[in-house]
Design a protein around this ligand. Structure first.
Ligand SMILES: CC(C)(COP(=O)(O)OP(=O)(O)OC[C@H]1O[C@@H](n2cnc3c(N)ncnc32)[C@H](O)[C@@H]1OP(=O)(O)O)[C@@H](O)C(=O)NCCC(=O)NCCS
Length: 169
């Protein structure tokens, strides 16, 4: 498995992985594209041994001049069901955090469903902590929570350095 930038023509495949993972909670194509256009470098894919995209992570960079500490975020992370529990989500997250660190981000946030045990466990392994409950964030009676990682303080203690080689920008 290798982490790299998506190639031309792979957007449809990334959206396919996203749809399969999130179902009715998937982003619309427009929203997905808007995220990509906001930071076209902030997307990484995982490919299997045949070169097929089986996972992705979408990252956002905050505007540096808005806050004292530069913020970034994980917008979306998904791995195809057949390829889960093989460390791909971890490697994608590690690459995303490395990218944020390269861009001088000090604090990383994300939103996740409170019952999404797989994702919450993964985020905990990187040191993300719950910062607040987001009632009905995913619809009626489907609460989310915001989780935050102090990337500056976590330097050297989280799994950022596990990132594998990534194709050039
Ligand atoms: C969350 C997700 C990306 C994890 O991807 P993955 O490739 O399976 O993750 P990893 O194999 O790297 O797992 C890393 C750790 O996360 C935790 N984890 C992963 N899946 C888990 C599960 N089903 N139950 C409990 N813990 C789980 C474990 O701590 C695991 O470490 P371990 O395998 O050594 O026990 C994947 O389950 C997914 O795509 N889910 C659907 C989309 C989604 O919910 N995305 C997150 C949106 S906020």
């Amino acid at each position: 498995m290798r982490i790299r930038k998506p190639r031309a023509g792979e957007l449809a495949r990334v959206i396919e992985v996203e749809r399969a993972a999130f179902g009715p909670d998937s982003y619309s194509v427009t929203t997905f594209l808007a995220h990509l256009f906001r930071d076209r470098k902030g997307v990484f894919v995982a490919e299997d041994e045949r070169g097929q995209v089986v996972g992705f992570v979408l990252v956002r960079l905050g505007l540096g001049w808005l806050r004292r500490r530069r913020r970034g975020g994980i917008t979306s992370l998904a791995v195809e069901a057949a390829h889960r529990r093989q460390g791909i989500g971890t490697t994608l997250m590690a690459r995303a955090l490395e990218y944020l660190r390269e861009n001088n981000v000090q604090e990383v946030d994300l939103e996740v469903g409170v019952t999404n045990q797989a994702a919450v466990s993964l985020y905990h392994t990187f040191g993300f902590q719950r910062s607040r409950l987001l009632p009905h964030y995913y619809g009626a009676n489907r609460d989310g929570m915001r989780m935050v990682l102090d990337l500056a303080a976590a330097a050297g203690t989280n799994r950022v350095r596990q990132a594998e080689t990534c194709e050039g920008d």
